[in-house]
Design a protein around this ligand. Sequence first.
Ligand code: FES
Length: 216
Amino acid sequence: MQGDVIAKKEDKGWFYTDTVKEHFFHPKNFLEDEAAYGDAYLGMVGSPACGDAMKVYLKIEKDADGLERIKDFKWKTFGCASAIAATSMLSVMVTEHGGMLLEEALKLRPQDIMLRLGGLPARKIHCSVLGDKALRSAVNDYYRKSGQIDKISLEAGRVIDHVLKITDHDIEEAVLEGADTLEKVQARTKVGTGDPSCIPEVENLIRFYKEKYFGA
Ligand code: FES
């Protein structure tokens, strides 16, 4: 179903839902005054796909039960309309109803944002991942500053092709850019051309990232 939501209007060209347009033209929680967020937890990422950058500022508080909730999420980006709309929606999702539990926010998937937006053109899915990655980076900043070092999750790349030094992140980026077969991923990365023994693992990763980002 989620795949349908993502792709349902693709045959009509560059289609944006009314919800996407609302969040693009009227972004929610956009960071106006960076200085006012000097004490917030900061996450920053750039997209290797298009050179765009995203900053997220989080305020996190413990509720009466001692559970960590996101009380504020501000962001700014050089990304495109899809990145703006998706991050605006993400900011609403994690702050509505008194703030999402931190552990629930970390379980959010790109498809969850897609569903709330009513879909994005498939070639724009990678834009929606920017906000999510910056959120994770900001949560790591929080864990680091609050002494919860064991909870920090780093996205270090794992080398898959040892000849060309291609990592799982390179495969991930290729899939996010629309390469959905081994041939298409190879056309972008050359993975496996020098070391064919890694191809079964590459095929597994392509399946994994297609399921993760496109629900297919
Ligand atoms: S953020 Fe780069 S194309 Fe959307």
